[in-house]
Write a protein that binds this ligand. Structure first.
Ligand SMILES: Nc1ncnc2c1ncn2[C@@H]1O[C@H](COP(=O)(O)OP(=O)(O)OP(=O)(O)O)[C@@H](O)[C@H]1O
Ligand SMILES: [Mg+2]
Length: 365
């Protein structure tokens, strides 16, 4: 069990700055996600927490103790790799017990621990099987067993499900989350899959180009993105932007886009120039008497819902609506946006403007 605190963590590889001044805290027992596109610095951050890579500057604290420059062996953290390497010539039991045996733990104690881990993972029946012939899921469970059996302070997992096919991946994700809930061990989990992060995580850090774009609980990040990057990276389809040139004023709850007034949560700051009104696809509704209008370009059937592509004077947007709603390509439709859910962005900096709705998330500047 461990609380992990990261302060101003930075990593340079020669001239290249892979992680820029990251700060965040992982509470004891949390399932914590590091999310971002390829190359954003997720693995580097995870490796620094585990002690497999030393930071260029900044601090890492585990349970209040500074470990920034300590080797992995002194941090008591288990690292579960993407390509979970098992010892192919050993059976399941030997693979799981290996870390304990190499610590010199007495045989009887090892046996007891392995039995307990096998029970938690539901693999008691394969303990004597060679790992060679196991299915992907069982191999994954054995690899987890080997990490769990040591009872480390925390687990680091780097895209552990990355190699699995979609259906099985979802199953293992649920299993992993359930396992975490039973054990309550602090877990840091790296993924580039926003759905996986939203489904599994207690908290998420969203990274881009070595920078933390946002840190928080999944719903806050989904509802109130701090940046346009987060707004687009999270959600499928992503948040829509109505782009416009103009100005917005602090203290007002409306913005004017091409002469059309949209209600928004009361703004706490103003801006001018290139702006964007951000709206999730499920917060746009068709309305016969809607004054803001667009033209249907296409639609995509998804079973219970459909995604309708609409061309507007401020760019193409996607609308999520029930699949029973009839839509015709080429049709002119009125659109209404749910004002309480909108975010205004400064499109030049990509930052969300603070409003009555998101200031709890973004802070008070
Ligand atoms: N040992 C290294 N030497 C030089 N550059 C490195 C080294 N390790 C990582 N990098 C670079 O640092 C950046 C971040 O790498 P990192 O592996 O942390 O990204 P990631 O977010 O895990 O990406 P992916 O999703 O592809 O695994 C990348 O541009 C990578 O090329
Ligand atoms: Mg990586």
């Amino acid at each position: 069990m461990a609380k992990i605190v990261i302060e101003n963590l930075r990593k340079d590889f020669g001239d290249f700055n892979a992680v820029k001044s990251s700060s965040f805290a992982i509470e004891d027992g949390e399932f914590f996600m590091l999310l971002g596109p390829s190359g954003c610095g997720k693995t580097t951050t995870l490796r620094m927490i585990a002690g497999l890579e030393l930071p260029t500057s900044g601090e890492i604290y585990i349970d209040g103790e500074e470990v920034s420059q300590k080797p992995a062996s002194q941090r008591d953290i288990a690292f579960v790799f993407q390509m979970f390497a098992l010892y192919p010539h050993m059976n399941v039991r030997k693979n799981i017990s290996y870390p304990l045996v190499s610590q010199g733990m007495p045989r009887a104690k090892v046996k007891e621990k392995v039995a307990e881990v096998a029970r938690i993972l539901g693999i008691e029946d394969i303990l004597n099987r060679p790992v060679g012939g196991l299915s992907g899921g069982d191999r994954q469970r054995v690899a987890l067993g080997r990490a769990i059996v040591r009872e480390p302070k925390a687990f680091m997992m780097d895209e552990p499900l990355g190699a699995l096919d979609a259906e099985f991946r979802e199953h293992m994700a649920e299993e992993l989350r359930a396992l975490h809930d039973r054990m309550g061990a602090t877990t840091v989990y790296v993924t580039h899959d926003q759905l996986e992060a939203m489904q599994m995580g207690d908290k998420i850090v969203v990274m881009n180009h070595g920078v933390i774009e946002q840190f928080g609980v999944p719903q806050d990040i989904y509802d109130w993105p701090a940046t346009m990057f987060v707004a687009e990276f999270i959600g499928s389809p992503p948040m829509n932007f109505l782009r416009f040139d103009g100005f917005v004023e602090a203290g007002r709850g409306r913005v004017q886009v091409n002469g059309h007034d949209f209600l928004v949560p009361d703004l706490r700051e103003g801006a001018k120039g290139a702006l964007a009104l951000g709206v999730r696809p499920e917060h746009v509704h068709f309305s016969d008497n809607g004054m803001y209008r667009g033209k249907v370009i296409a639609s995509e059937y998804l079973g219970t819902t459909q995604i309708v592509m609409v061309d507007t004077p401020n760019g193409e947007i996607k609308v999520r609506t029930g699949s029973e709603v009839p839509v015709k390509e080429g049709e002119n439709v009125g659109l209404e946006l749910n004002g309480a859910t909108l975010t205004v962005f400064d499109a030049r900096t990509g930052m969300a403007l603070r409003s009555a709705a998101n200031e709890r998330i973004l802070g008070h500047g």
